[in-house]
Design a protein around this ligand. Structure first.
Ligand SMILES: Nc1ncnc2c1ncn2[C@@H]1O[C@H](COP(=O)(O)OP(=O)(O)OP(=O)(O)O)[C@@H](O)[C@H]1O
Ligand SMILES: O=P(O)(O)OC[C@H]1O[C@](O)(CO)[C@@H](O)[C@@H]1O
Length: 409
């Protein structure tokens, strides 16, 4: 029955949609490629010598590549939302992979704004030489509110068609994927997402491109803060980014040995009060004697942020306290090796997914395998913090143990 059903499914998109029930996405992808092999579909004729075991192909084509649905001659690519270290590496990988398979690449500058303005530039291997070591994005990124409108998606579709683009790769976060899904309602081409955001708040991929660098930058800053905090016996409140997720907060706190962290996920469980925080600081000082107390504060988790909290601790509780806002520093500098490598792999994976006929999916890495995750899942499902890391940092490494805490409070 299932085989019969698969036999009747001609394209990967349909199959992915059919399988978009509560089945694990990796399983779905396996079904998807099994079905392609079963039918010996035309994409198998293309040039692909793929590392991915799921994608077996045989011949090399110099000009263009046939997928199960159509011949892919030209793809578009854009970077959207907050720039993330490794976006350039992902762009480079897309251009190199496309060229490898005989496909042209057109980049749209300034994210979705570029799609609306037809701000398109052809990209070849020579244009992406030596960019992977730089953060930012050479094709620029933007937040484009207007793209949420139906008319905007229709205009983008018209512009993509006028340039004969067969598929579009969107490098960005979950907001950008919503935009991609919105566009898919109005455009016939294939759309693939590549997760690029420092926040790591995208379901379906172990890590997003940019996250490793942001954590490394925050950790480096926290180490430096520790030096001065220790020298002056001060409390420091270090505010990190992450939007509504505590990934950067948790991992920078753990990797730098911070005494405390305020993360969105912890605040939801039980919001920290100023008096509980002061008691914790004083208890740590009692246990350790002189020295520093460093707290990592995720953005938006305290009214007025690190500055307001620090002022309150000084003015009302007479604690020697200083704030430090890391801000957009977390998005700059050389991308960490992990981000360069992830971006390189996922950029190639995105192109190969296009060749495999995939649509409305994110090219992702999960449990050491390249997978395709339905775009909607990337924001409808929540990427949880690693519970074990949370437990270790919040409980085992907490200088004030629960019993002591209870006695102190
Ligand atoms: N619901 C939506 N419909 C259409 N387009 C959207 C939607 N949500 C977001 N977008 C588009 O995607 C762009 C990027 O989204 P957003 O600003 O949320 O960043 P992001 O991709 O989540 O990345 P980051 O969180 O790292 O900044 C928006 O500026 C907008 O153009
Ligand atoms: O660069 P902007 O538009 O100020 O946005 C900042 C936001 O972007 C991010 O850096 C990435 O989503 C968040 O961590 C932060 O909240």
């Amino acid at each position: 029955m299932l085989c019969h059903g698969l036999r009747n499914l001609r394209c990967g998109t349909l199959l992915l949609q059919t399988l978009a029930g509560p089945v694990d996405h990796r399983l779905r992808l396996r079904f998807f490629f099994t079905a392609h092999r079963f039918h010996r579909l035309s994409f198998v004729k293309s040039s692909i010598s793929l590392p991915n075991k799921h994608l077996q192909t045989t011949q090399r084509s110099k000009r263009s590549v046939s997928t199960s649905q159509k011949t892919i001659k030209r793809i578009g690519v854009l970077t959207s939302g907050g720039d993330a270290p490794g976006m350039n590496a992902a762009l480079r990988a897309v251009v190199l992979a496309a060229e490898h398979y005989g496909i042209e690449t057109i980049a749209f500058r300034h994210g979705y704004q570029g799609l609306l303005d037809n701000d398109a530039v052809p990209m070849q291997a020579k244009d992406v030489l030596h960019i992977l070591q730089y953060s930012g994005t050479i094709i620029k990124s933007a937040r484009c509110r207007r793209f949420k409108e139906v008319e905007a998606a229709q205009l983008a579709a018209k512009n993509l068609d006028s340039l004969n683009i067969d598929a579009l790769i969107v490098i960005g976060g979950d907001g950008s994927f919503r935009g991609a899904d919105h566009l898919a309602n109005h455009w016939q081409g294939q759309i693939i997402g590549v997760p690029g955001t420092i926040d790591n708040d995208v379901y379906g991929t172990d890590q997003t491109i940019g996250y490793a660098t942001a954590v490394a930058i925050a950790m480096d800053a926290l180490d430096k803060i520790r030096d001065t905090a220790d020298a002056m016996d001060r409390v420091f409140i270090v505010e990190v980014m992450g939007r509504d997720a505590g990934f950067i907060g948790l991992c920078s706190a753990m990797s730098s040995g911070a005494e405390r962290m305020i993360l969105p996920e912890l605040q939801k469980e039980k919001a920290l009060t100023i008096s509980a925080l002061v008691k914790h600081i004083k208890r740590v000082q009692e246990i350790r004697g002189e020295g520093s107390y460093v707290m990592v504060l995720s953005e938006h988790q305290w009214p007025g942020g690190a500055v307001a909290l620090s002022e309150q601790l000084e003015a009302e509780y007479h604690l020697p306290c200083r704030p430090c806002l890391l801000g957009h520093i977390q998005r700059g500098g050389p991308p960490a090796p992990a981000d360069r490598i992830l971006a390189s792999e996922l950029g190639v994976h995105a192109v190969e997914l296009i060749l495999a006929g995939a649509h409305r999916v994110m090219a992702a890495k999960s449990q050491n395998a390249c997978v395709a995750v339905p775009l909607r899942e990337t924001w409808e499902k929540k990427h949880p913090l690693d519970e074990n890391l949370l437990r270790i940092q919040h409980e085992i490494f907490n200088p004030v143990k629960k019993k002591q805490q209870r006695a102190a409070l």
